[in-house]
Unconditional design. Structure first.
Length: 578
């Protein structure tokens, strides 16, 4: 056999095999990057708590059992064509804008679902409480129990997700996953608003909005047929929907979609720290996160049933309805619909290529498109206290790489008595402050919720000095706009960890340098001797093991110019208020 076919096979293998050193999708990775993104253990295992299994069984089995009991006792409920056609009294057909909105919804929802799964994989546990204590989750997607015999951080707990499912997939790519998620959100919302507005204008929404409560018993009759494996009389969807279809479409458009948006907002630290009542509408921040995930499952379940029914009740005719807006049975609608689906799948590949070949461009685009909106809305909220000692979490996840430098280890062995915080840069009065010096500046205490970008939360009491007093002490020069916090620790891929905040943001209430946690000296794992608390931001902005502070003209003058170590290496947001 000649060597040329072998070389060709090898070239093709390198294109698709993620283990190779260079692929079509992914550029050559450094050893630390490869170790993070391609871990040896890539298992995903879904585990439900006993309570979750019971609730799920009741939700699914009880209606199905009731349907079978009715059939066995009384027979199939009668469904006349007139009854099924009585629901959905809007104008017949699907106008062009409705067809377009349908396929745009499919496109943007696919991006939201795939990027959302990548975000979930970074903390593959969902809880019914805001404490996120390991073992209290109602579902986890990892086979691993949190070990008790060694340090186990939230970074360690993240899982690998195949790019066939997630966008961009792999492990610890939450920065890029968020770029795609927040890119799709405004288009998803705008498409929905357009659909509703044009639906009201054209009366097309009358086909979705129930006209009387009589639809409920009629929908139950249709459900009984489906649940017992009988097909009810099907109206021509071009003119009418059956009652169960109408209720399902109404629930998706006017229930699930708005709820997805509202629960997403409830996960914002800026909103949670300012409007606690809003978070409580969903049973807490983790309740909102769980509901957000359940809505994703709802979309996937609805899509599966919807596609199955499209195929079972006349594939060609139904595809012509929603692609061309005509009541015909030709091939044109099938070809056009499959073309749109194929185009969407091809865009997934393009999105992966962009994620790995042009990640900085995506980060830049995301920053430009969101920064103004966030600055005018979320960043304007001022945190306020609303927790009490009884709310403190029994467990708080740790994160970040524990410092290993000789300087920090020597300070730790001496209980940080020789520690000096250096504050300098564009200031009139640079200082070096010991912990005792900081205590003499006064102490503030706040009980707040920590929001990690990975998804977990925890409530703790923090004590330390207000950043406002530090700023007043050093007297920033007029051209100082940004405060830089340097850590003794390292980033995920090495290098000194740092992050930045605008001067205006650190002057907001509850912004402190903490030396206490829950009325005790700050533990080593949580950032001793000092850690930052800025309560309208996600956790990666709250630098631990602080070594120095510097005031600068712009965040672009440090590191790679993106505002922090995670922003530089993992493409995180500069503003982290959602």
């Amino acid at each position: 056999m000649s060597q040329e076919p072998i070389r060709t096979l090898r070239r093709r293998w390198r294109v698709w095999n993620p283990e190779s050193s260079s692929t079509f999708m992914i550029p050559r990775l450094t050893p630390p990057e490869r170790a993070v993104q391609y871990p040896d253990d890539r298992r995903i295992r879904v585990s439900l708590s006993a309570k979750a299994v019971s609730i799920l069984a009741l939700m699914v089995l009880v209606p199905v059992a009731a349907a079978w009991a009715e059939v066995l006792w009384r027979g199939l409920p009668p469904i006349s064509d007139s009854n099924s056609l009585a629901h959905g009294v809007g104008p017949p057909g699907f106008p062009g804008w409705a067809c377009m909105a349908h396929w745009l919804n499919f496109f943007f929802l696919s991006l939201l679902a795939r990027s959302g799964l990548s975000i979930l994989a970074d903390h593959p546990r969902l809880y019914g409480n805001d404490h996120c204590t390991p073992g209290s989750e109602w579902i986890r997607l990892t086979p691993l129990e949190v070990p008790r015999d060694r340090v186990w951080t939230a970074k360690d707990d993240a899982r690998y997700l195949t790019p066939l499912v997630g966008l961009p997939g792999y492990r610890h790519t939450i920065g890029l996953a968020r770029v795609w998620h927040f890119f799709a959100v405004p288009f998803f919302v705008a498409n929905g608003l357009m659909f509703v507005a044009l639906g009201i204008w054209s009366s097309h929404l009358h086909r979705l909005v129930p006209q009387s409560w009589d639809i409920l018993p009629q929908a139950w009759k249709v459900f009984v047929h489906y649940a017992t494996f009988h097909l009810p009389p099907e109206p021509n969807g071009f003119y009418h929907f059956n009652p169960l279809q109408q209720l399902s479409y109404f629930a998706v458009v006017f229930g699930m979609a708005p709820l997805s948006i509202l629960t997403g907002l409830a996960m914002s630290p800026a909103i949670e720290s300012r409007f606690p009542w809003y978070r409580n509408l969903f049973g807490g921040r983790q309740g909102a996160r769980s509901l957000h995930f359940l809505l994703l499952l709802g979309y996937l379940g609805f899509t599966a049933v919807h596609v199955a029914m499209v195929v079972a009740t006349g594939f060609a005719r139904n595809m012509n309805h929603i692609t061309r807006g005509v009541d015909e049975s030709g091939r044109q609608g099938v070809v056009l619909g499959l073309g749109i689906i194929s185009g969407t799948v091809l865009f997934w590949f393009l999105a992966h290529w962009l994620s790995w070949r042009k990640p900085r461009s995506l980060q830049l685009l995301s920053g430009h498109s969101e920064s103004v909106l966030r600055a005018l809305s979320l960043n304007a909220f001022r945190p306020r206290a609303h927790y009490s000692p009884k709310d403190i979490s029994p467990y708080l996840w740790t994160n970040g790489k524990l410092p290993t430098s000789k300087e920090w280890l020597d300070l730790a062995r001496g209980n940080f008595k020789d520690y000096r915080l250096k504050v300098g840069g564009l200031v009139e009065n640079p200082v070096e402050l010991s912990l005792e010096d900081l205590r003499r500046l006064g102490k503030e205490e706040h009980i707040t919720m920590h929001h990690c970008i990975q998804g977990w939360t925890g409530i703790a009491k923090w004590g330390g000095v207000s950043l406002r007093k530090i700023v007043e002490l050093v007297k920033p020069k007029p051209d100082a706009t940004t405060m830089v916090f340097f850590s003794f620790g390292e980033g995920l891929y090495g290098g000194i960890y740092y992050d930045t905040h605008s001067l205006g943001n650190v002057l907001k209430p509850q912004s402190i340098l903490a030396w206490e946690m829950n009325d005790q000296p700050l533990p080593i794992l949580h950032g001793a001797p000092l850690r930052l608390r800025v309560e309208n931001q996600l956790g990666y902005k709250m630098v631990k093991w602080i070594s120095a502070i510097e005031l600068v003209q712009s965040h672009k003058t440090l590191g790679k110019g993106w505002g922090g170590k995670n922003e530089d290496d993992e493409f995180f947001d500069l503003m982290a208020n959602i």
